[in-house]
Write a protein that binds this ligand. Structure first.
Ligand SMILES: [Zn+2]
Length: 192
């Protein structure tokens, strides 16, 4: 899947997970940082590609992108596995704890979950593509859905751009619309 689809899928998942939880008080900075963390989590697994947006947008990082690609074993390897989720989850936790003193109004636990939701949504979305995902590394088997490879999606092709992406847009908007009362309630009573 492309970075655009991954970010949308991450946002959709975060919206659904968030709105299915009981209402709770949140600071505006927690909410904003959670959305940003979720979007970053949504594209983190693809940092194993030298062409990933993260590396591509900063020319000085291009060299490191190639180096990092080799380091993590090439595309769709460790960053696309449960092991990678644990590793990046630990790293994100460490970074959030480190920055906690300068972000006193941010619920870092909440931001961490948003990041992980983004990462998991990436792996789930990639499981629908022809390449599949090596969920159980070091077991070198790539899993995909449906099990028949030819029925799966090709990254960046018509099924993704004309069906999956618009379907995610419709799903997100429908979900936001049907939960508009809860969202207004959150804005009025729970956002501080
Ligand atoms: Zn990926």
């Amino acid at each position: 899947m492309t970075a655009r689809t991954h970010d949308l899928a991450a946002f959709t998942t975060l919206t659904i997970v968030y709105l299915s939880q009981p209402a709770r008080t949140l600071t505006l900075s927690t909410l904003i940082l959670s959305v940003v963390a979720c979007l970053i989590g949504g594209i983190t697994p693809d940092i194993d590609q030298p062409t990933a947006p993260f590396w591509r947008n900063l020319p000085i990082l291009k060299f490191f992108g190639k180096y990092f690609d080799n380091l993590v074993g090439g595309h769709r390897f460790i960053t696309h596995s449960i092991l990678g989720l644990a590793l990046f989850g630990f790293l994100a936790h460490f970074l959030l704890v480190f920055f906690t003193p300068v972000m006193p109004h941010v619920d870092t636990g909440y931001v961490w979950w948003a990041y992980m939701i983004g990462m998991v949504s990436h792996l789930v979305m990639d499981s629908f593509t022809k390449e599949g995902v090596p969920w159980l590394l070091p077991v070198p088997i790539k899993f995909g859905f449906p099990p028949v490879k030819s029925w799966r999606v090709t990254t960046g092709k018509h099924v993704e751009t004309l069906i999956i992406f618009p379907a995610l847009v419709v799903l997100t908007l429908t979900y936001l619309y049907t939960h508009s009362a809860e969202i207004l309630n959150l804005l009025h009573h729970y956002l501080v």
